[in-house]
Design a binder for this molecule. Structure first.
Ligand code: HCA
Length: 380
């Protein structure tokens, strides 16, 4: 897996999170941090949303970041005219195509959508700016409508197309099928295969299958409208599991925790305990059988190496599920000399106490030291 680019949308989708209010300084801090992490694209709120949004969009474009700056607009010439003046590298254009959105949101039919999409895309392209076209609520849209609109925009030469599971109704199989069908319709228009550029990237929200070339949207901690979007950490965890060396070389992984803390503070939420990678117990091993295997070889129960993310693993031993191998490792760390039989005996004592209440590491260490002195003095 190496045919992907990340579209980081904390500053667009994330601003649609109920708690989010990003002032200019915070937006700049987040944009700089994402750029230092190494995401390929940073997506910003539409400059047509408000005057300050427009000013902030320009300010971020002027930072000279390595990441390409995108903004996200309605499929409307009013928005497109404002967007192209901000200095963005690309414009993500979206319009609802499901009957729900056509009837109850913008009220336009497919022929109007097609006509406007052609106008907007042609205009943005004429300014030498990248353009992506997305159908909102793709999975509740008519397949024939979708294929027809995608073929149309592909012929004009969009850089990417997006499909959005806006309400979260699609299962992975449906996403796979739609992406496959879309590829079948779009790729044959670009020949010959040897010269085939990743011309039209397929932008998939929220799932990210591989090949031919995908842009994967995400936001820090998954913040966004309603329950949000794929969390950047979760996406990175999946990509790393598939191709660790590539992902390590591409992104500054130890920065993940710092960016999550920055955003968590800005939107006043805690980093969830079960957060991928940085959740406080993501690398804590507890049950005796796991602890033993982890101490022999961490790959037994870890697909991610904590050290690649600037994190450390922790083997918890002060509880009733503990095992003597994990206790032995602690005994060695403390520099105590005990035989295996003695460690097993000390483990039984830890379990006895832990049946009453969980023992802290300090409690366990004191017990081991006292036990060790007892052995040495011949009292035990
Ligand atoms: C939105 C909706 C969107 C757009 C996705 C896209 C969605 O908040 O504007 O532009 O590809 O999920 O439908 O996030």
């Amino acid at each position: 897996v190496s045919n992907f680019k990340i579209i980081e949308s904390t500053l667009r989708e994330g601003e649609q999170f109920a708690n989010a209010f990003f002032d200019t300084k915070t937006k700049i801090a987040i944009a700089r941090a994402l750029d230092a992490f190494g995401v390929e694209y940073i997506e910003l709120t539409s400059p047509a949303a408000s005057e300050q949004s427009r000013i902030d969009c320009e300010a971020i474009c002027n930072l000279g970041l390595k990441a390409k700056i995108l903004t996200h607009i309605r499929c409307h010439m009013d928005d497109a005219r404002i967007a192209v003046e901000t200095g963005v590298d690309g414009v993500d254009v979206v319009i609802g195509t499901s009957s729900f959105l056509r009837e109850f949101s913008h009220g336009k039919d497919m022929s109007y959508i097609t006509k406007t999409a052609i106008e907007v895309i042609t205009f943005v392209k004429s300014k030498g700016i990248e353009v992506r076209f997305s159908s909102e609520d793709s999975f509740r849209s008519d397949l024939v409508d979708l294929l027809s609109i995608y073929q149309t925009v592909d012929k004009i030469g969009v850089n990417r197309v997006g499909i959005a599971d806006t309400v979260g109704c699609a299962n992975p199989r449906q996403v796979y099928e739609l992406v496959r069908t879309l590829r079948g319709v779009l790729l044959p228009t670009h020949t010959p295969p040897s010269k085939r550029e990743p011309h039209t990237l397929i932008h998939v929200r929220p799932y990210g299958p591989s090949s031919p070339s995908y842009s994967l949207p995400a936001a820090i901690l998954g913040i966004g409208e309603r329950v949000g979007i794929t969390p950047l950490g979760g996406l990175i965890a999946c990509l790393y599991a598939a191709n660790p060396e590539y992902v390590k070389s591409k992104y500054n992984l130890p920065m993940l925790r710092e960016i999550e803390n920055l955003v968590a503070e800005a939107v006043e939420v805690n980093v969830p305990f079960m957060n991928p990678i940085t959740g406080y117990c993501a690398f804590t091993h507890k049950a005796g059988i796991h602890a033993k295997a982890i101490l022999n070889n961490p790959s037994t129960y870890e697909i991610l190496k904590p050290e690649d993310f600037g994190l450390t693993r922790y083997v918890s031993i002060g509880h009733r599920l503990t095992g003597w191998n994990a206790v032995k490792s602690r005994v060695e760390q403390l520099g105590l000399q005990l035989t295996d039989e003695e460690v097993k005996d000390a483990t039984a004592k830890i379990k006895e106490l832990a049946d009453v209440r969980t023992q802290s590491m300090d409690d366990v260490d004191s017990l081991l030291r006292v036990y060790h002195s007892g052995i040495q003095s011949g009292e035990l």
